[in-house]
Design a protein around this ligand. Structure first.
Ligand code: CA
Length: 223
């Protein structure tokens, strides 16, 4: 993926570039709004990471110009904590997401993936395993012709396991990714939710798409 990073704080730009390149992204950096506007309107990027306060043209003006030209390139705004109005304006102008500074590059990376998934509507958003179909964008889950309704948390759990079939995840890993770091890893939340998921997806049948790996955790196996 080809990403334009527009950020005038050079140390921040450097960190972002390094982090994204480690993930295999191609990164171009621009430190001022005027150059960035030229790049954004003349080249093709998969995502633009766009700071708001910039020398030359500001980020919102670049975004406005892109959208006026019907350029739908996904844009993630970088905002300072205090820039609430700008953030709202940015979303109104058609930004796809925003991230308040300071942030972790890991978070930016996951936002980039999410934005690309959302905006591309690519087939990769649909996961098929046997007769189980999961659409990660619309969050529809089907087993054969049967629609399955999942809560947001149940869906998050299923998605997390499904994205790495056959890989065993510990309860702690699952808690951290699906519930967040603030949750106590010693609760039995995971076991409760796994049980619910199994019931919703497998009903009373014997096939089990989520396998218990005794003493370790759980993994998704294709039905
Ligand atoms: Ca700035």
């Amino acid at each position: 993926m080809n990403i334009l990073v527009v950020e005038d704080e050079k140390s921040v730009a450097r960190l972002i570039k390094k982090g994204l390149e480690e993930q295999g992204f191609c990164v171009e950096v621009s430190h001022n709004g005027t150059d960035a506007h030229v790049l954004a309107t003349t080249r093709q990027y998969d995502v633009i990471v766009l700071d708001i306060m910039l020398p030359g043209r500001d980020g919102l003006s670049i975004l406005r110009s892109l959208r006026q030209q019907r350029n739908a390139v996904p844009v993630i705004l970088l905002t300072a904590r205090s820039e609430l109005n700008e953030r709202i304006e940015g979303l109104d102008l058609g930004a796809d997401d925003y991230l308040a500074k300071p942030f972790y590059v890991e978070e930016l990376i996951s936002r980039i993936h999410a934005v690309v998934r959302r905006t591309s509507g690519a087939p990769s958003s649909i996961f098929q395993a046997g007769d189980l179909t999961v659409n990660f964008v619309t969050r529809e889950v089907k087993r054969g012709d049967r629609s399955i309704r999942l809560t947001a948390r149940e869906f998050g759990l299923l998605e997390y396991l499904m994205r790495s079939p056959d890989r065993v995840f510990t309860r702690t890993q699952i808690i951290e990714h699906v519930w967040g770091y603030d949750f106590d890893p010693n609760t039995n939340l995971v076991d409760v939710y796994i049980k619910r998921l199994r019931k919703k997806i497998c009903g009373d049948s014997d096939d089990d798409i989520i396998e218990t790996v005794r003493g370790v955790g759980y993994r998704f196996v294709k039905p």
